[in-house]
Design a protein around this ligand. Structure first.
Ligand SMILES: C[S@@+](CC[C@H](N)C(=O)[O-])C[C@H]1O[C@@H](n2cnc3c(N)ncnc32)[C@H](O)[C@@H]1O
Length: 235
C-alpha cells in the first residue's frame, strides 16, 4: 500500500509526541505484571490502534480475494479483522491474551449479528490450538514479540497453517523513528522478517505500508508482509 504523500509534510515534533503514545505498549510501570495483565492494561483506555474498523491494508487484502478458508487472527484485539472475515462468510477465529479486548470483540460480534470465535490464547503457543487454518492475519502482534519469542511464533505458525496457507502481517518498520527508552513495538527490519520466517514461509511480498492509528492521519510507517507456508522446511 503506498504511503500518504502528506506524510512528508508531517511535523516531526508532533510525530515524535504521537509516536510516544502509539508506543505505550510496554510501560515501565507494567514491567512487573504478567503478560496477560500487561496486555489487558493496554485496553484500560482506548489504545491508539483501536480505529473502530479494519486497517486499510487488510481491507485491501479482503477486496483482492486473498483472504480464504478458515482464518485465524493472532493478537486480534477487539476483533475488527475477525469480524471483517466473518462478514465475508469465512470461518474466523481470533486469539488474544487481553481479556478486555476479547470481551469487546465478543460484544461487537453480538451487536453486529456476526458469528465469530474469540479465544484467550498465547500467540507464542499456536500449535497448542490443535487446529489448522488457511489464512493467518497479524495486525500488530509480531512487532510486539520479543526477538527471543519469534522462533516459537514461527514454529506455531508452521503448525497451524496448512501447506500453501497464507500469512499476512502488518507491523512497525525500521523507517518509523524509535522513541528513546521504549523498545516495543519493535521496529522491524526487512532482515528481521526474512530471518524470522525462513523455513516457514515463502515471502511473496514485503512492502512499505501504513498502520493507521487514532492519533493522527498519517499513521505509522509499517510493513505489509504476505507469505505462503512452505510444504517442507527449507534446508
Ligand atoms: C497492536 S495490538 C493490535 C490489535 C488488533 N490486531 C488490531 O489490529 O486492532 C496487538 C495485540 O496483540 C495482543 N498480543 C500481544 N502479545 C500477545 C500474545 N503473546 N498472545 C496473544 N495476544 C498477544 C495484544 O493484547 C493486542 O491486542
Amino acid at each position: 500500500m503506498p504511503e500518504p504523500s502528506s506524510r512528508d509534510d508531517a511535523d516531526d515534533t508532533d510525530r515524535a509526541d504521537q509516536a510516544r503514545h502509539a508506543d505505550r505498549a510496554v510501560g515501565a510501570d507494567d514491567a512487573a505484571a504478567g503478560l496477560p495483565q500487561r496486555l489487558d492494561g493496554l485496553y484500560a483506555t482506548r489504545p491508539p490502534w483501536e480505529i473502530g474498523r479494519p486497517q486499510q491494508a487488510f481491507l485491501g487484502l479482503a477486496r483482492s480475494g486473498a483472504l480464504r478458508g478458515r482464518v485465524l487472527d493472532v493478537g486480534c484485539g477487539t476483533g475488527e479483522h475477525v469480524l471483517m472475515c466473518a462478514g465475508l462468510g469465512l470461518d474466523a477465529t481470533g486469539v488474544d491474551l487481553a481479556d478486555r479486548a476479547l470481551s469487546a470483540a465478543r460484544a461487537k460480534a453480538g451487536e453486529r449479528g456476526v458469528t465469530a470465535r474469540f479465544l484467550r490464547h498465547d500467540a507464542r503457543r499456536l500449535a497448542a490450538l490443535g487446529e489448522r487454518f488457511d489464512t493467518v492475519l497479524d495486525s500488530g502482534l509480531f512487532h510486539m514479540l520479543a526477538p527471543g519469542d519469534r522462533p516459537a511464533f514461527a514454529d506455531g505458525l508452521r503448525a497451524v497453517l496448512r501447506p500453501g496457507g497464507r500469512y499476512f502481517m502488518l507491523g512497525f518498520s525500521d523507517r518509523e523513528p524509535r522513541t528513546p527508552g521504549v523498545e516495543v513495538p519493535y521496529r522491524l527490519t526487512r532482515n528481521d522478517l526474512t530471518t524470522a520466517f525462513a523455513g516457514t514461509l515463502r515471502i511473496d511480498s514485503l512492502d512499505p505500508a501504513t498502520i493507521e492509528i487514532t492519533l493522527n492521519t498519517v499513521g505509522i510507517r509499517g510493513w505489509l508482509l504476505a507469505g505462503t507456508r512452505l510444504s517442507t522446511p527449507a534446508a
